[in-house]
Ligand binder design. Structure first.
Ligand code: HPA
Length: 235
């Protein structure tokens, strides 16, 4: 067992899907994985291992925000030998051309988090990026499944509720598609420990139009994104 995950060695697969919401992890395991069993309930941050297309896959809740997601990414890689991680999450759309439930693959992640400023002494603005192999495979899988997935940069924000919506407009001017709260930390930690990481997102709310999906839809209607993530991680 690691500090925050209650699994025995060997109970977590090398390939992991990481939703923020532990109940979404349970839903993914029960809906998609064969022989799924729960390996951790520590802090209610549920984790499961099962099989997808004959290959072992785990699904681990990460919590919300970069401090929480960093803990799980770090321990999965360093304590359990995880080599590939795909975050499956939700995001708020920043650009007019996106619609609720659109799927996005985040090729890069800007951030207002201080974590990398501390890491690099404020001397370098490190550019967290997705693993190219996972990204390429996800694009091929989406095409094969007939799902129109957007590939582009996102913002990983520390605060869900912002006092600076004007910054979102500026970021949209620079091509940033959406805002979520974990990808920059995931990409940075994966790079540091030579693991592969990708973030797939479904638009749950639109910050320009004010449209939103319900909490129940957030939990259960992200199936296209999850199917892309599963096919990608076992490829
Ligand atoms: N902001 C940050 N993270 C999010 C949002 C948002 O509007 N929607 C879904 N995840």
């Amino acid at each position: 067992m690691s500090t925050h995950i209650g699994a025995n060695p060997g109970e977590i697969a090398e390939r992991v899907l990481m939703p923020g919401d532990p109940l979404r992890a349970k839903w993914i395991a029960e809906t998609y994985l064969e022989d799924a069993r729960c390996y951790s309930t520590v802090r209610g941050m549920l984790g499961f291992t099962g099989r997808w297309s004959g290959t072992e896959v785990s699904v681990q809740g990460s919590g919300m925000g970069m401090p929480s997601a960093s803990i799980y990414a770090h321990e999965l890689i360093n304590d359990y030998g995880v080599t590939s991680l795909i975050r499956v999450g939700s995001c708020g759309a920043l650009t007019e051309d996106l619609r609720l439930r659109d799927v996005i693959a985040a090729n890069g992640s800007s951030t207002d988090s201080n974590m990398n400023r501390v890491r690099f002494d404020g001397l370098v603005d490190y550019a967290p990026v997705a693993d190219f192999g996972l990204l390429r495979t996800s694009v091929e899988v989406a095409e094969r499944r007939g799902i129109a997935m957007r590939v582009g940069p996102v913002l990983a924000a520390d605060a869900f509720y912002t006092d600076r919506p004007d910054l979102y407009d500026t970021l949209a001017d620079y091509g940033v598609l959406a805002v979520e709260m974990e990808s920059a930390a995931l990409y940075t930690i994966a790079a540091r420990f030579r693991a592969r990481a990708l973030t797939l997102l479904t638009v749950s709310d639109h910050l320009k139009t004010g449209e939103k999906t319900s909490a129940q839809e957030r939990e259960q209607t992200f199936s296209q994104m999850v199917e892309i993530a599963l096919d990608t991680i076992v490829a």
